[in-house]
Structure formats: structure tokens, C-alpha cells
Design a protein around this ligand. Structure first.
Ligand code: 2BA
Length: 109
């Protein structure tokens, strides 16, 4: 069995949830925040049998889109406390960031 941790964009989350339900793939959805953009994203935890890992990865790939996003770097203050202008920079986000981990044991009580 494997634990798949998938970080996707909020906008893709409904599509992926529906794919999981249709395919009877059990998942837990967490509201998370990207460390760089400091904006919301969605993380799924999926415990799955080894032989279904590829099926889950396909669903994630199918639901995830790549998008351009803008972030504004923090304003810099120099020694004279004059602020230097900071301009939005364009960043490409996604499709999905995925980790596949081994599971020692899976228990439900
Ligand atoms: P964020 O940390 O908000 O990053 C959003 C996007 O900003 C990233 O997209 C990447 O294109 C860019 N980015 C991130 N750190 C950067 C840096 N130090 N310099 C320049 N650009 C940077 P993705 O790579 O598609 O990542 C989307 C989200 O997936 C990330 O949101 C983060 O929440 C998660 N993530 C990505 N790599 C990760 C990792 N190795 N471990 C844990 N979470 C990760």
C-alpha cells in the first residue's frame, strides 16, 4: 500500500474530488497554503493499494492544470528608510506536486 500526497490548485480541486468519487478512490482533502505564494492550495492524502497507484496518478494528472500567477515581492526599505518599488513577478504554478510514500501499516478501528 502507498500514501499519495498531492498538492494541487484550489481551482482543480472539485474536478479531482469528482474523479476520485467516480473511481471509488478514498481520499482526505486538506486546505493548505503554499510557502512561496502564501495563497491557498489543496492537498489530498490518498491511501491506495500498490496496483492502483497509476490510476490515482492519472486522475491527478488529468484534473490538474498549469497556470500563471502573479506575486508581489515584499517592499524593501533601504538604510534611509526609502522604499524601493517592487513589481509583480509572474510565476508558473502546477499542475500538481505529488509524493508517493510507502506505508508500514494501515489500520481502521
Ligand atoms: P507555493 O510554495 O506557493 O509555490 C507556487 C509556485 O511558485 C511554485 O509552483 C513554483 O513555480 C514557484 N516557486 C516556489 N518556490 C519558489 C522559489 N523559491 N523561487 C521561485 N519560484 C518558486 P509549483 O512548483 O507547481 O508548486 C505548487 C505548490 O506545491 C507550492 O506552492 C507548494 O505548496 C507545493 N510544493 C511544491 N514543491 C514542494 C515541495 N518540494 N515540498 C512541499 N510542497 C511543495
Amino acid at each position: 500500500m502507498k500514501m499519495i500526497i498531492a498538492i494541487i490548485q484550489d481551482k482543480d480541486s472539485n474536478r479531482l474530488s469528482n474523479l476520485f468519487i467516480e473511481a471509488n478512490i478514498r481520499a482526505t482533502k486538506l486546505s493548505t497554503t503554499g510557502g512561496f505564494l502564501k495563497s491557498g492550495n489543496t492537498t489530498y492524502m490518498i491511501g491506495i493499494e500498490d496496483e492502483r497507484v497509476d490510476e490515482v496518478l492519472e486522475a491527478i494528472k488529468h484534473a490538474s492544470r498549469t497556470r500563471q500567477q502573479f506575486m508581489t515581492p515584499p517592499v524593501n526599505l533601504d538604510a534611509t528608510m526609502d522604499s524601493t518599488a517592487s513589481y509583480p513577478v509572474e510565476v508558473q504554478v502546477g499542475g500538481a506536486t505529488v509524493f508517493v510514500l510507502p506505508i508500514d501499516s494501515f489500520l481502521q478501528f
